[in-house]
Design a protein around this ligand. Structure first.
Ligand SMILES: Nc1ncnc2c1ncn2[C@@H]1O[C@H](COP(=O)(O)OP(=O)(O)O)[C@@H](O)[C@H]1O
Length: 268
């Protein structure tokens, strides 16, 4: 699952998605003077949302997760919602057209508010999406988060959301014993504060069957996106060494953001 070697899918017809491909997104500067237009890649369960959200607090650019845009659309009971529910609950990908439309709207709203840059999480998920994105804006860094396969399914199944505040938690406790020269790995659960504990819900697509399908779809359609960015010299590979306490400082180092205490608490 999620580990097969990748090949670049070629032969995609790059049909333009009107509301997105026709517009050049402005390159804006964050308060630190640096421009951040980053993408986070990684299998379901790897922790993209957690790390992208912490980094977004730290560097002052929005964390834009296309999965959240899809879930907002689902919750809005708009015209697309029953069609989307069926796709998402089967672990399949929504069409490029729909997802690009949702993302373009979100980026336009951000632009109107003067947002500076973004961390994209969950987009691009196909080579065609990557090609379209490349045509409209300059992505300066793609972080490919990787976690040992044994942990991915458990991490997805342990995911919980507070129905009131929207906070993301994880009740899975991962304890992989070291063997055959491979080190062990411990990842503590990310437990909710008492006020959220009784309000936890599970995403409808976080069942074992659907997660396995999402991992398979990642391998088939999203793995080639890693190669797309590798070939363009934009891919930073990052192997998560464990849970947040071990991984966060190392990730900051890898991103040249240092790992001093101020930064750690700024993002907590
Ligand atoms: N870029 C995208 N392209 C197509 N479908 C998407 C995209 N982003 C999100 N989705 C849909 O939303 C669902 C949830 O996405 P997400 O929260 O990112 O899940 P995951 O935990 O699998 O990374 C996906 O399974 C898919 O149906």
């Amino acid at each position: 699952l999620c580990s097969s070697s990748s090949t670049v899918s070629s032969g995609f017809e790059l049909r333009s998605a009107p509301s997105f491909a026709s517009k050049q997104l402005p390159l804006q500067r964050s308060p630190t003077g640096r421009n951040y237009q980053w993408v986070f890649l990684g299998c379901p369960g790897v922790g993209k949302g957690t790390y992208a959200s912490r980094l977004s607090n730290l560097i002052g650019v929005p964390h834009i997760a296309t999965g959240d845009l899809v879930r907002d659309e689902l919750a809005s009971s708009g015209p697309l919602s029953s069609q989307l529910a069926e796709i998402v609950n089967q672990g399949k990908l929504v069409s490029d057209e729909i997802i690009i439309d949702l993302l373009a709207k979100r980026l336009e709203a951000g632009e109107a508010k003067g947002e500076t840059g973004f961390i994209l999480d969950g987009f691009p998920r196909t080579v065609r999406q990557a090609e379209i994105l490349e045509g409209v804006t300059d992505i300066d860094l793609v972080v490919n988060l990787k976690l040992r396969e044994e942990a991915l399914l458990a991490k997805c199944l342990g995911r919980r959301i507070c129905s009131q505040c929207g906070g993301n938690y994880n009740i899975a406790s991962i304890d992989i014993k070291g063997e055959n020269g491979q080190p062990g790995m411990y990842m503590a659960p990310l437990l909710p504060p008492p006020q959220c504990a009784s309000k936890l819900i599970t995403r409808s697509d976080d069942t074992e069957e659907v997660v396995k399908e999402r991992l398979r779809v990642y391998d088939e359609l999203t793995k080639p996106v890693e190669e797309f960015y590798r070939l363009r010299g934009k891919l930073l590979e990052f192997d998560l060494p464990g849970g947040i306490p071990e991984s966060w400082p190392k990730l900051l180092q890898a991103l040249n953001l240092g790992d001093n205490d101020d930064k750690r608490s700024a993002a907590a």
